[in-house]
Design a protein around this ligand. Structure first.
Ligand SMILES: Nc1ncnc2c1ncn2[C@@H]1O[C@H](COP(=O)(O)OP(=O)(O)O)[C@@H](O)[C@H]1O
Ligand SMILES: [Mg+2]
Length: 384
């Protein structure tokens, strides 16, 4: 038998979605461990940014988590030893490496592929992907540009609009402008009307998002969003059904059956996503065949528009009255537990959780190999 593929699973991170990442990564590692093709190398990123490459890194970060995470280990964890097992990524050109700088290497050896299970800024936004590019290590999911675009709601919406994909109308607000001249900002966003949604441009899991019913609530909402990003968007609210579709592949991606979310709260906020878990997922969504086909087609177009790779969950708002389909956002690293929408949609489309993870790793290796022969030098033409 050929040797096992060493899969580095990256989790935690320095974003408001640190805890959510731990939930997704825990499930992925569990699935990888049941396969005899893979060896898991857990790599935690602590809230302060330290990379911890240690078999117990997940247990340690989970112990500090504010979300109640299932499957916590009851055995005591030697936090000091784990903290010393820091990892360093060494940009190594085409043959990259990830090394440990701790006293005792806990998992020495080369890593074949990295599965970044990081949500939000400094993980899902192209920064970690750029790091892995420099190190020459294959990784799951979108590359630098696709990740960065998928994280920035303002840039993403501009590209969708340019590609002829309908999006809810919005205004971009810079935090500096908001601090300097809030009155001008309020006037500038008036045309969006109420209700509207105020969001940090770069975030996820509904962190920092408010639904604003009237002018008196706008200021507090912008202040809240400005805690998380320097760019804020004020967006027209659509009275809509929330329909999501999973995409998988590189250059020839495929789309899953769509699903519908029935949020427990006023809208699909952080609490109704992760805390009270009363929200419902309807899979497949009850939609007429032509609407299903339209959504799948738009999901693939969106994926290609942002230069997606590997996976993405594409989220739509379908206007309850007009039936118009708006693209809300595209997530390059969607929630990834067996009960998450992304994975459940594939399950319903005939692809199991375990097989989905395998396929994502194959796609990562494929993309890396495909790009490995890109010329990095060229012959300078002579003057004569
Ligand atoms: N324009 C909108 N109209 C109606 N609901 C919206 C709109 N924008 C966001 N929402 C609600 O807020 C939730 C979170 O917004 P979203 O843009 O998806 O941010 P996140 O990246 O944090 O998931 C959505 O799932 C939806 O319930
Ligand atoms: Mg969303």
């Amino acid at each position: 038998m050929s040797r096992k593929l060493r899969v580095g699973v990256l989790f935690g991170g320095q974003s408001g979605e640190h805890d959510v990442s731990l939930v997704s990564a825990g499930a992925i590692m569990k699935a990888l461990e049941t396969s005899d093709r893979f060896e898991v190398v857990p790599i935690g990123i602590a809230r302060d940014g330290r990379w911890i490459m240690h078999p117990d890194a997940h247990t340690m970060l989970a112990a500090e988590s504010r979300l109640r995470l299932g499957g916590k280990s009851s055995r005591p964890v030697d936090t000091k030893a784990i903290s010393e097992a820091q990892a360093a990524l060494v940009p190594g050109g085409k043959v990259g490496s990830l090394i440990e700088v701790g006293k005792r290497p806990a998992s020495p050896g080369r890593i074949d592929v990295i599965f970044p299970v990081l949500h939000g800024p400094k993980g899902e936004d192209g920064t970690v992907q750029g790091f892995l590019e420099l190190a020459g290590i294959p990784y799951v999911g979108a590359g630098v540009a696709g990740s960065a675009i998928g994280m920035d709601k303002d840039i993403m919406k501009r590209l969708f609009r340019d590609g002829g994909i309908k999006v809810a109308d919005w205004e971009l607000v810079h935090r500096s402008e908001w601090r300097r001249d809030p009155k001008a900002v309020v006037t500038g966003t008036e045309r969006i009307g109420y209700p509207c949604f105020v969001k940090p441009a770069n975030m996820g899991s509904s962190v920092g998002i408010s639904r604003v019913g009237g002018a008196d609530e706008l200021r507090a909402a912008i202040d809240e969003a400005a805690r998380y990003d320097t760019k804020i968007i004020v967006e027209e609210a659509i009275d809509a059904r929330e329909i999501e579709c999973s995409v998988l592949g590189n250059e020839n991606p495929r789309a899953s059956v769509p699903g519908e979310i029935i949020p427990a709260g006023d809208f699909y906020d952080y609490a109704s996503k992760y805390v009270d878990a009363q929200s419902e997922l309807l899979i497949p969504a009850d939609l007429p065949a032509d609407l299903t086909a339209e959504i799948q087609k738009l999901a693939l177009l969106a994926f290609q528009t942002v230069d997606g790779a590997g996976m993405a969950r594409v989220d739509f708002l379908v206007d309850r009255k007009s039936g118009r389909v708006y693209l809300n956002e595209l997530n390059t690293i969607p929630g990834f537990t067996p009960i998450s929408m992304y994975t459940k949609l594939w399950e319903a489309s005939g692809l199991s959780y375990g097989r989905l993870i395998e396929e994502l790793i194959e796609l990562a290796l494929e993309r890396h190999a495909d790009r490995a022969d890109i010329e990095t030098e060229f012959d300078i033409p002579s003057a004569d």
